[in-house]
Design a protein around this ligand. Structure first.
Ligand code: TXA
Ligand code: MG
Length: 321
């Protein structure tokens, strides 16, 4: 059992090494602005199959391919509609994944057998530098799901990745430390395979932003999804998560700073606004487990936009409790 090399300062040299490791079939956990990803060469079947093994993820769940810029869109996707180009232009690099008709480069082992591929340009200096170094040596894209065990809380720090997956990685694999993720919840996933965009998973790129960019109506709500994040019992810590009730003594509590902590309740986070709520939510849920708490109560933020994405994750983490 080994733990993967923890790279705390990502220099040009270390990123060139990490890119080479990807090319050689190794796994590299990388920071992004949403959450940390567990990366592999998206064209290497053996490497990609290791992602599924390390995560314990079912093989028919597709992975997002991360690319360096929208120039690589046509490598991976066919028949890209013009509204998808608008979205890419307006929001990449950024917390948005576009689901498009796949090209021959996107094979079944990365798309989970679907005729589409999910593509994203992440907005993080380390991720972009790694993608650029990978491209320089012939790499086409990095397949990367969130770097957690299947169903668990996504990691927003390199330390959280090590706790989640350390023992499942090989010695040569790497975990790149790029600091805490700035957004904190996963990308908005937009299905771009029909006449108008459809949100498959809400995130920091909101319905309003999509409609302003495309001048189209977002056609369906975010509920009827087939993606793994849509399963119940996802994004869940060991502790039971309860929503919007008064916490009892000994329970954990996550709420906006303006909400008081009842007596003998363990306050896990007091974000001052919705953005900070998103940034802190996963580390606060992890803290509940680190403290050995049995249950944690979350007072959900109201409103749409990013608050909607937070409520989507909490609903699944709480299994509807
Ligand atoms: O912010 C993010 O998107 C992070 C960072 C690392 O980029 N990644 C992430 O990956 O959240 P993952 O695998 O944990 O969640 C991606 C979701 C999955 O639920 C998957 O089913 C869905 O995206 N997905 C990927 N490709 C798809 C496709 N072709 N069609 C429909 N859903 C797709
Ligand atoms: Mg995930």
């Amino acid at each position: 059992m080994s733990s993967g090399e923890f790279v705390s300062k990502c220099t040009a040299d270390s990123l060139a090494q990490a890119a080479q490791l990807l090319k050689d079939g190794g796994l590299v956990a990388l920071p992004t602005e949403t959450v940390y990803g567990l990366g592999a060469d998206a064209t290497n079947q053996n490497a990609v199959s290791r992602i599924y093994k390390v995560k314990g993820r079912p093989a028919d769940h597709p992975l997002i391919v991360h690319i360096h810029s929208m120039q690589s869109l046509d490598d991976w996707a066919d028949e890209v509609p013009s509204y998808a180009i608008s979205l890419a232009r307006d929001f990449w690099p950024g917390p948005m994944t576009l689901v498009l008709k796949r090209s021959i480069l996107a094979e079944n082992f990365v798309t989970g057998g679907q005729p589409t591929v999910g593509l994203r340009v992440p907005d993080h200096a380390v991720a972009l530098a790694l993608l650029s170094a990978f491209e320089k040596i012939g790499g086409k894209g990095i397949a990367a799901p969130s770097a957690n065990r299947f169903g668990h809380v996504s990691p927003t720090t390199a330390q959280a990745v090590q706790e989640e997956l350390g023992e499942c990685l090989e010695e040569r694999d790497q975990i790149l430390d790029g600091g805490p993720s700035a957004v904190g919840v996963e990308s908005t996933i937009i299905d771009c395979t029909s006449d108008s965009p459809r949100i498959l998973r809400p995130g920091a790129i909101t319905i309003q932003m999509i409609e302003e960019s495309t001048h189209l109506k977002v056609s369906k709500a975010e509920t009827d999804i087939r993606v793994s994040g849509s399963l119940e019992n996802h994004y869940a810590p060991q502790a039971s998560v309860f929503l919007n009730r008064t916490p009892k003594p000994g329970e954990g509590f996550i709420a906006l700073a303006e909400i008081q902590t009842p007596e003998s309740v363990i306050r896990l986070a007091s974000p001052k606004n919705i953005e900070e709520f998103a940034r802190l939510i996963y580390s606060a849920l992890r803290a509940a487990d680190a403290k050995g708490l049995n249950s944690v109560v979350v007072a959900e933020p109201t409103g749409d936009g990013l608050a909607l994405a937070i409520r989507d994750r909490l609903m699944r983490a709480s299994k509807g409790r």
